[in-house]
Design a binder for this molecule. Structure first.
Ligand SMILES: *Cc1c(COP(=O)(O)O)cnc(C)c1O
Ligand code: SF4
Length: 367
């Protein structure tokens, strides 16, 4: 497999380097000067990107950059990775931490919102900085990974709370860390008897698919049950590279889910969603959640009305396999957790009967 769009900057890169995730990380685009080699940017666009970079950082893997369609000013790939001046607009209802994750954090790195599971943010680093990231308060601004002392405290918290049966490793992106670092955390979690399931949230299959190496998977499969959730937002992200990464994960016996964010101008219509979801199922990736865009600062230009998401689900449910339909959720501002938002199917329910609407809108009665 070779790269997609030819970009002069990487014309002479050997396939060996190209397929090496560490090469990809070392050669990420982080400055306007490099971006100019990849995209035709006007003077004013260059200035805008420069202004954004004063506030939020940029990182684009060479692989992901080759997916940009430079002829399309509204390219959904470009919109997810190239900064826009709109990021500097602050709307009154937006917050740096709208989900109060910091408030629900008993020890640094742990967010304990639900009774039986915790989110464990092990690093603020990502291979790419998604422009729509909800946690940009940390990932977009500083580098951090839990150190030995932090890790000890977090593990001690999990160990001493027997109600925690499910630990979700996230960040940042855990898979930017070396295998040995990950194994250090995962093996210690696995040694805690009440931790039944270890989940990992990572966008690397989408933005750095070469990270999914045999070595990584060989390590993970020692600690089953492991589940992984990834983050595809658009069908153009499904390429021979990302497909192979997904296939390898699933072949290692790891159930693979997908969490998307509903993004204006990127995937806020039924046709794009349908194409994405069907391709995911074909790749054995189970669509899990579709998120309403959070009220985080600097992502207002991506936000759609909630009704857009409800309408999309309405046009999917019943029309395509149930496996392909994600749950549309709003992560309740303030820290209420994820709330599923569904089209209304129950018209009336009492002790005698349920009056309901099917996917086509026809009315049925269940006695
Ligand atoms: C999303 C989330 C989880 C996991 O929720 P599930 O619905 O089980 O996938 C756990 N903790 C926090 C804080 C979360 O935001
Ligand atoms: S990979 Fe996830 S955490 Fe990292 S920038 Fe993208 S959305 Fe944010």
């Amino acid at each position: 497999m070779r790269k997609y769009t030819e970009i002069n900057l990487w014309k002479n890169v050997s396939p060996r380097d190209w397929n090496d995730w560490k090469w990809q990380l070392r050669n990420r685009i982080t400055a306007v000067e490099q971006l100019k080699h990849v995209l035709d940017l006007s003077e004013s666009e260059q200035k805008d990107v420069g202004l954004c970079l004063k506030r939020f950082r940029m990182a684009i893997t060479p692989y992901y950059a080759t997916l940009i369609d430079s002829a399309n000013p509204h390219c959904p790939i470009k919109a997810q990775c190239v900064p826009s001046i709109n990021e500097l607009i602050q709307k009154p209802d937006e917050k740096a931490d709208p989900l109060n994750e910091d408030l629900f954090s008993p020890v640094p790195g742990i967010v304990h919102r639900y009774p039986d599971r915790v989110l464990f943010l092990i690093t603020y680093k990502c291979s790419m900085y998604c422009r729509h990231c909800t946690r940009r308060r940390m990932v977009g601004e500083e580098d951090f990974s839990v150190d030995k002392a932090g890790l000890d405290r977090a593990l001690e918290y999990i160990r001493s709370n027997k109600s925690i049966r499910d630990v979700l490793l996230s960040g940042g992106d855990p898979f930017v860390m070396p295998d040995s670092y990950l194994e250090g955390i995962i093996s210690r979690l696995r040694a805690i008897p009440h931790v039944e399931v270890i989940r990992i949230g990572t966008r690397t299959p989408v933005v750095l698919p070469m990270r999914i190496t045999d070595g990584l998977l060989g390590m993970l499969r020692k600690y089953h049950p492991i589940w992984i959730n990834t983050h595809f937002n658009h069908p153009d992200e499904i390429t021979p590279y990302s497909l192979q990464a997904c296939q390898k994960i699933v072949d290692a016996g790891i159930p693979l889910g997908n969490q998307s964010v509903l993004l204006k101008g990127i995937n806020d219509n039924v046709d794009v969603q349908k194409e994405l979801l069907l391709k995911l199922v074909k790749a054995r990736v189970r669509p899990y959640y579709l998120y309403q865009c959070d009220p985080s600062q600097g992502i207002g230009h991506f936000r759609t009305p909630v009704k857009t998401g409800v309408d999309i689900i309405k046009h999917l449910r019943g029309y395509i396999s149930g496996y392909a339909v994600p749950t549309f959720v709003i992560d309740a501002p303030g820290g209420g957790g994820k709330v599923p938002i569904n089209p209304e199917y129950v018209i009336n329910m009492d002790d005698e009967k349920v009056v309901m609407r099917n996917y086509k809108g026809d009315i049925y009665v269940y006695p």
